[in-house]
Design a protein around this ligand. Structure first.
Ligand SMILES: NC(=O)c1ccc[n+]([C@@H]2O[C@H](COP(=O)([O-])OP(=O)(O)OC[C@H]3O[C@@H](n4cnc5c(N)ncnc54)[C@H](O)[C@@H]3O)[C@@H](O)[C@H]2O)c1
Length: 596
């Protein structure tokens, strides 16, 4: 029989603590909510009230239930109020000495059988536990932000945590409607160990002006389907908390430089820019604690006029290539009203591409998303050719041929001879340096990258890559074209992986390393990222879909270009590729898909 928890204590009512109080009280458990001072207590009370009022306004909580919830919460200053609770969860700032002091005091104040839990994200639960005389009753209960929403709880057992304490806490998580994964005490546990390298990398991109905050966030939301971009997430977590987590992970996690907090973070924390809780972080909020972003001095002007500033007029577009990407891109341009010249290496290939475009457009008609007349008009705008000479009068060329530098360079040299002056020449490469392609022409200022995502007609994101030679007009033109296609164009520099792949693949690679180290299972890691961070797929699900060979190739490129030791491909990934386990396409990758 699992132990019955009728009253729990929560220490610290900040970003996490206030949410944790709500989780318990919503599930019929009495809570003693403790803070360090009367003003801090009032802040915590106000956070709880704001959150439950919002739930009522959204129809997710009945007024009577809200009132009952509040009745279950007793607020107090100081730890003495916790003398008779069954379990305490500590959620004070991420400092080891502070947490150890609090645990020593809890040990004195609480009954001998009380379980003492920490919500730490990165500190050693073991080190916290030895500040008490009952380390076997100390455990990590790591909630995710926002606690009332995110389903995951990481239960962290140390080498001395009693098995029955683990079992009692697991049963409690189930009662709270949470999904738990139980793991050993390691810096960052599952989710943060995979998340924070990525977040820190995104801050480094922002700090180096590689891309704007809006573009970095839009890229990860639209390119990967994440619920928030990394900088908006940093603001939600709190920059002071994020700094401490990174710092601890750096020191505890083998001094991986990717966890060394980017200098900008420290500066922002010192300046009081802590994210949502202080009303300003990477973004500016309506007021402290508000989730509503308001424009500030770096907010870009979103008007069409601003987007088109300096952009050249584009009416006719050439698309070179006959693969999946070229086919999708032809469809996208034709549907958006552009005249399109498709160039392949032979009329047979053209016929195939034409069939594929027709099939795709017909699907749109069958699904009721496209009128028959619009389909016919789109097809009527496309002309099919097997010679580049037909690109003499286009305004934009999008190249989507095989991913080989020599082939692309030869093609761009030809385009340079054939196309009229002022044409924007774009490559869809996902891994080659755009500048190499640009320098094959006499007009590198007119060359950009237009990195579409697959399937192009569906995915809303395009990365607009500007090289050190790209003119502002060419960039503006590319961005305006993306907008006219109904896509979001994000502008970034010409570095391996651009924004999305550079941020995504090291995270996937880290997940493989975690599996390889036997810290957790593929299922639990996938669960943790989906339920703790709201990702649409777990890393192993995604790797099997993308293809392990493709993922390995991208990771190798990143490693070669940036020489970051942490980017070295996971040996397990290399072995699976060598063994021919490439993911869904070979029916076996991290999982066996043959029988599914
Ligand atoms: N922010 C997140 O997204 C997140 C997610 C999961 C876990 N965590 C972890 O939760 C813990 C709390 O982080 P946070 O972001 O909520 O911090 P926070 O700064 O928002 O809140 C901390 C609260 O603790 C209070 N406090 C400080 N000293 C105290 C004391 N001696 N007694 C009682 N209260 C005291 C402060 O007044 C403040 O209200 C940290 O260990 C953090 O790593 C944070």
């Amino acid at each position: 029989m699992a132990r019955e928890f009728s009253t729990v204590g929560v220490v610290g009512l900040g970003t996490m603590g206030a949410g944790i109080v709500e989780v318990f009280a919503r599930n019929g458990i009495d809570v003693v909510a403790v803070e360090i001072s009367a003003p801090a207590l009032e802040r915590g009370r106000a956070t709880l009230k704001g959150s439950t009022d919002r739930a009522v306004a959204k129809g997710k909580l009945a007024e009577a239930d809200r009132d009952a919830l509040h009745e279950r919460v007793h607020f107090a200053v100081g730890l003495d109020a916790l003398h008779s609770v069954d379990l305490v969860i500590e959620a004070v700032p991420e400092h080891l000495d502070l947490k150890q002091r609090i645990f020593a005091e809890l040990d004195r104040v609480c009954r001998p059988e009380t379980i003492l839990a920490t919500n730490t994200s990165s500190l050693s639960v073991t080190e916290i536990s030895v500040a008490t005389s009952r380390p076997n009753q100390v455990i990590g209960i790591h909630f995710f932000n926002p606690a009332p929403v995110m389903k995951l709880v990481e239960v962290v057992r140390t080498v001395v945590t009693a098995p029955e304490v683990v079992a009692d806490v697991e049963a409690l998580c189930a009662r709270l409607g949470k999904v738990d994964v139980t793991i050993n005490d390691r810096a960052g546990f599952i989710a943060n160990a995979l998340l924070f390298g990525y977040l820190n990398h995104a801050v480094a991109m922002f700090e180096s002006h590689y891309a704007t905050r809006e573009d970095i966030d839009a890229a990860m939301k639209l390119g990967c389907g994440l619920p928030m971009g990394p900088l908006a997430l940093m603001d939600l977590i709190g920059l002071d908390t994020a700094y401490e987590i990174l710092d601890t992970m750096y020191r505890r996690g083998g001094r991986d430089r990717r966890h060394a907090p980017v200098p900008l973070l420290k500066q922002m924390v010192t300046a009081g820019l802590l994210g949502r809780k202080s009303g300003r972080g990477f973004y500016t909020y309506e007021r402290p604690g508000s989730p509503v972003v308001v424009p500030d001095e770096t907010t870009p002007l979103a008007t069409d006029a601003a987007l088109a500033d300096g952009a050249r007029a584009i009416a006719k577009v050439g698309v070179v290539g006959s693969g999946t990407m070229a086919t999708g891109i032809i469809e996208v341009f034709a549907k958006a009203g552009y005249e399109v010249v498709s160039v392949t290496r032979g009329m047979e290939k053209s016929a195939k591409v034409c069939e594929a475009v027709k099939t795709s457009l017909n699907k749109g008609v069958v699904r009721g998303k496209l009128a028959e007349a619009d389909r016919d008009a789109a097809l009527g705008r496309i002309s099919w050719s097997a010679t580049l000479d037909h690109l003499a009068d286009v305004d934009l060329v999008v190249e989507a041929v095989v991913e080989e530098l020599s082939v692309k360079k030869a093609l761009f040299a030809s385009l340079d001879e054939i196309c009229k002056p002022g044409v924007v020449l774009a490559t869809t490469t996902s891994s080659l340096p755009v500048i190499d392609v640009a320098m094959a022409t006499q007009r590198p200022a007119d060359v950009v990258g237009l990195h579409f995502f697959n399937p192009a007609p569906v995915m809303p994101l395009v990365e607009v890559v500007r090289t050190i030679r790209t003119s502002p007009e060419a960039t503006a033109t590319a961005r305006a074209v993306c907008a006219a296609l109904g896509k979001t164009g994000v502008v970034c520099g010409d570095r391996s992986g651009f924004i999305v792949n550079a941020l995504l693949f090291p995270y996937l690679n880290d997940a493989v390393k975690m599996l390889e180290a036997s810290y957790s299972t593929a299922d639990d890691i996938d669960h943790a990222m989906k339920l703790g961070c709201g990702y649409p797929m777990g890393p192993f699900e995604l790797l099997d879909v993308v293809g392990l060979d493709v993922s390995l190739a991208i990771q190798r490129e990143l490693y070669l270009e940036l020489r970051e030791p942490g980017f070295a491909p996971a040996p397990l990934l290399e072995h699976l590729v060598t063994a021919g386990y490439l993911g869904r396409k070979t029916r076996r990758g991290f999982r066996d898909h043959a029988h599914r």
